[in-house]
Design a protein around this ligand. Structure first.
Ligand SMILES: Cc1cc2nc3c(=O)[nH]c(=O)nc-3n(C[C@H](O)[C@H](O)[C@H](O)COP(=O)(O)OP(=O)(O)OC[C@H]3O[C@@H](n4cnc5c(N)ncnc54)[C@H](O)[C@@H]3O)c2cc1C
Length: 419
């Protein structure tokens, strides 16, 4: 690792890697330092069975609805996949809703859809009035369909509704199209980022920005730079895991703390054969009157995998119970939909644990009620020496392509500042 450079980039997730690529286009030297043993960060695939990949973090290649006008709604990984013969499939599966083990009939489906639409409408009206309250203040929590709505939002937000800002949800970019990569989004990002030189197992311990040059102390020695790009999560910043000297200014920490990490985890269950049946792949929401629900994506791309999603406090609690509890919860929910016989064909499961992952400390950031305005401040540089990227700073926040575009944005800001 060199000891002097123009820019030190902290973190080799989608944001850090894209910042490094853009800086190289702009002819600026940089050193990328990554605490963990691998690149990709929250884009990470593991082999759940020989040749079958499961994404513990991002799995859906999202594109926003207004790609023509907003470049940051387009997904560069989609183009990369298409140009590198990586198999991707457009998500075009149906949705099923199961309550107490029974598929909702058409009247119930109508009532559910009306309730979900009324929630969206209440959020819209409130935000248009200029408010930013908790989503739980706006919806009828006693409605028979409140449970699946809360379960779904706890994964999306990813917080319980009393901790989720209505404005943050309202202004979030809608997903227009989703794709899945057969060998995993994490593998795709790792392949794309492979040409960036990264110093792995190199944790940044402190950043001294008290003088002209910035001194970055890592577990592999010190680096002197003209400026630093931090792409670490708001979880890592909030924990003050990196010792900034002097401390980050109050306005920056207020933005970090107003946009704390939520919890979304995924439990992937692989079966040794197709237990679901033909044309039964897709989205299922399953809940009962006396137990916590979940939503499940079943057999996408015919991989014999069901992915169970959980979010919010329940997800944090489940993480603490450990992988066996997560496995049992997931298999029970899948059996609830497809019958107890599926239990005979369970091969193995993998459960993510993002809240306790020391390099991330949560899944992705979202605003607390009343804190949506902090989105404006989080990306701003400090003293033209400390620059910030990463999913939480992006317009398409909470996504992998958003993280990518935040890296491009910050590299251009830095190049301008160094001129
Ligand atoms: C469960 C889950 C599901 C998701 N699903 C989707 C999805 O379907 N589609 C989608 O688009 N997005 C999804 N996302 C979000 C997406 O994965 C992230 O937004 C994106 O990967 C974040 O990239 P990043 O570069 O901002 O941060 P990260 O990927 O977290 O990169 C930051 C890097 O900094 C490193 N680091 C931390 N501390 C230090 C230190 N002190 N020194 C050096 N390095 C350090 C970390 O190890 C990490 O590699 C999901 C996320 C989760 C958790």
């Amino acid at each position: 690792m060199p000891t002097e450079t123009d820019v030190v980039i902290i973190g080799a997730g989608a944001a850090g890697l894209s910042a490094a690529k853009e800086l190289s286009v702009l002819n600026r030297s940089c050193v990328v330092v990554e605490a963990s043993h691998r690149i990709g960060g929250r884009a990470y695939s593991e082999e759940i069975a020989p040749g079958v990949w499961f994404d513990l973090g991002c799995a859906y290649l999202v594109s926003g609805p207004d790609v023509e006008n907003h470049i940051d709604e387009s997904n560069p990984f989609l183009d990369y996949a298409k140009n590198h013969q990586v198999v991707v499939e457009r998500y075009s599966y149906g949705a099923q809703f199961i309550r107490n083990g029974l598929v909702l009939g058409s009247d119930e489906m109508k009532a559910r859809a009306e309730f979900y639409a009324s929630c969206e409408e209440a959020i819209k009206r409130s935000v248009r009035r200029g408010e930013d309250c908790a989503i739980s203040d706006l919806i009828d929590l006693d409605n028979p369909y409140a449970t699946p709505y809360i379960d779904m939002m706890a994964v999306t937000a990813p917080k319980d509704l009393d901790a989720a800002s209505a404005a943050d949800f309202f202004y979030g970019i809608e997903e227009a199209v989703d794709f899945n990569a057969l060998n995993g989004y994490g593998n795709l990002v790792a392949q794309w980022g492979n040409d960036v030189a990264v110093s792995l197992n190199t944790k940044v311990e402190s950043v001294d920005w008290s003088r002209d040059a910035v001194v970055v102390k890592t577990t592999k020695g010190a680096l002197k730079a003209r400026c630093v790009i931090s792409t670490v999560s708001n979880g890592v910043l909030a924990a003050r895991d990196i010792d900034f000297k002097p401390r980050l200014p109050d306005w920056k920490m207020e933005a970090v703390l107003g946009l704390p990490m939520g919890a979304e985890n995924k439990i992937g269950v692989h079966f040794d054969k197709d237990v679901f049946g033909p044309d039964r792949g897709g989205y299922y929401q399953s809940w009962s009157d006396d137990a916590h629900g979940a939503y499940i994506d079943v057999n996408l791309m015919s991989t014999n995998v069901a992915t169970v999603f959980i979010g919010g406090r329940f997800s944090t609690w489940m993480e603490k119970q450990g992988p066996q509890a997560a496995h049992e919860f997931a298999v029970d929910h899948i059996a609830n939909i497809f019958g107890n016989e599926i239990r005979q064909s369970v091969n193995r499961s993998i459960a993510s644990a993002w809240v306790t992952d020391p390099w991330v400390l949560g899944s992705y950031a979202s605003a607390l009620p009343g804190q949506y305005h902090q989105r404006e401040f989080l990306p701003l540089p400090v003293d033209n020496k400390l620059f910030f990227a990463g999913e939480a700073t992006a317009r398409a926040n909470g996504t992998c392509h958003g993280a990518y575009w935040s890296g491009v944005r910050v590299a251009r800001e830095v190049a301008e500042a160094l001129n």
